[in-house]
Design a binder for this molecule. Sequence first.
Ligand SMILES: Cc1cc2nc3c(=O)[nH]c(=O)nc-3n(C[C@H](O)[C@H](O)[C@H](O)COP(=O)(O)OP(=O)(O)OC[C@H]3O[C@@H](n4cnc5c(N)ncnc54)[C@H](O)[C@@H]3O)c2cc1C
Length: 224
Amino acid sequence: MWFSNYKLLEKKKLTNDVYEMIFSDWNKTSNKPGQFMTFMLPKTWFGRAYSICETSNDKYIFIIKRVENGRWWSIEITDLEIWSELKAVWPSGHFILKENNKAKIFFATWVGLAPLYNQLQSIYDSWLKYKTKLIFWLKNKEDLFYIDKFEKLKEKIDFEYKIYLSKENDVNFEYWHITNFITKENIDWFEEFYICWNNMMMDECISKLENLWFSRENIHNEKF
Ligand SMILES: Cc1cc2nc3c(=O)[nH]c(=O)nc-3n(C[C@H](O)[C@H](O)[C@H](O)COP(=O)(O)OP(=O)(O)OC[C@H]3O[C@@H](n4cnc5c(N)ncnc54)[C@H](O)[C@@H]3O)c2cc1C
């Protein structure tokens, strides 16, 4: 296991509880699309994993949600001052974009978008031309972020996206949960599935896909 120090260069509040945090990668550790890094708590040395959302010129960009009723790490990391330095394990994990030409669909809820966006970024950077689609779930319109980035993806790759809001009914968005999207007609075009979020949502997605005869080997998932 390899550790390095990473310095917090920028921090931006994207919504009420989601922060974009940019750390230096001066050691030039490289990542595969979809991997995470494990940051160590400065005092206790407990680790917490955060998926790399984007990479840019020796920087790693993360999107981190403050979980108010958790064990405090998400609060501690989002409270960090600029120029703070954290020790982290180099990028690791097996939730990696497959190198093939299969049409891919990505199911993300909230900051579960991070590894999927990193995978879409790698498709964008390599000009790959197969069909891609993102299904993104949030609660309300005020929780939305990165729409400008989704629009940019459309300029270069075969990409579409659909947003589901579960607590707000608005004509411009789909209502309720992204698992509603999983019907034979909607997913017939796609050959590979990438899903990221919690156990419950993941299990529901996977069982719906399997009921539609999608083979488990084409369903890739990361649980937060
Ligand atoms: C591989 C991997 C990648 C991850 N990548 C990210 C990431 O890119 N961004 C990110 O914000 N978190 C990510 N997480 C979650 C992160 O590691 C922490 O669990 C999270 O920040 C909460 O830590 P905590 O100590 O505040 O609360 P904890 O005590 O760890 O968690 C409290 C409760 O909140 C749930 N929870 C965990 N993460 C979230 C979340 N994001 N939103 C709502 N509920 C949550 C937990 O399941 C638990 O029930 C990732 C986890 C894993 C395993």
